[in-house]
Design a protein around this ligand. Sequence first.
Ligand SMILES: Cc1ncc(COP(=O)(O)O)c(C=O)c1O
Length: 383
Amino acid sequence: MSDHGLHSFETRAIHAGNTADPQTGAVVPPIYQVSTYKQDGVGGLRGGYEYSRSANPTRTALEENLAAIEGGRRGLAFASGLAAEDCLLRTLLRPGDHVVIPNDAYGGTFRLFAKVVERWGVDFSVANTSDPAAVRGSVTDRTKVIWVETPSNPLLGITDIAAVADIARTAGAKLVVDNTFASPYLQQPISLGADVVVHSLTKYMGGHSDVVGGGLIAADADLGEELAYHQNAMGAVAGPFDAWLVLRGIKTLPVRMDRHSENAARVAEMLTRHPKVVEVLYPGLPEHPGHEVAAKQMRAFGGMVSFRVQGGEQAAVEVCNRAKLFTLGESLGGVESLIEHPGRMTHASVVGSALEVPADLVRLSVGIEAADDLLADLQQALG
Ligand SMILES: Cc1ncc(COP(=O)(O)O)c(C=O)c1O
């Protein structure tokens, strides 16, 4: 794995973890659909594998790839993004600890903090992480984790990772960055000072809306080892076929992200000129409040665009219902374009909380179809 550190991102995405199968020379790691491994005498493991919850060669290939493309020391693959988050939080936190979480984040992440983690005796403060002073003001002497999602889901808020990393270091807290929206091709949180990167591999990393998975990448080998121990102890691992699908998806991540970003920029620009659109949230727009920070820490601005529709909630719901090429559905990051109403769909779990999203908001996951077709569909959906 270490030699891949010398290569460019595109090369690592294709080769890291993808060593030719030693038995057959197959250039793609096989799907080791197996639970257990024959031992040559008690304790005589052939390739270090004994049971597939603890380790599986296809999952190892993905985990090595994840570490290489995020620039971390250890990658781990889980059954879902939330399974990865759960393992991370149960590793980092003890009763009495405090966490700072963003005021804009995936609803399921907020639900994990508010409905599960809080019951273990861990409390949290909600802060606008786009404002480093607000993060600093929320830190207490019990703060062990600062959690950041940038760009955020669904409001596309931008947090200055390097600035918050400084605050975390001073506080003796770990900085966790959910890099799902950007992907490591567009943004490298560990190089900016993050301790752990979290992924819903379901999204851009898999890239084809055909797998649910999660990832953790630790900057530090010791924390990576502790997380690996807990991954096995808790058991929510990625299965071999799921790991294989994500590994395959990652090979085309750079070309997909370039196209997602180009298409999203065109969609955002069209929406800014549309009379039925009240506000467009896209970090690539010069008027976006996080534009400068995004330009500093991201290679391009990604494929997610949110916008607010004139006429309130009902008008936003109607736009979602009228779209044809944009499929109405949850999730994001696949090659096909998706549209959804966060207030009633992905973010229904934050209604009534500090993370509640505007009722007139529509979220787009802009795919890699022809941009002109996407623009035409949105124009007809807006009426
Ligand atoms: C930013 C972000 N983080 C984490 C998750 C959770 O991942 P999963 O659905 O794979 O459990 C999601 C899911 O939508 C997400 O959008």
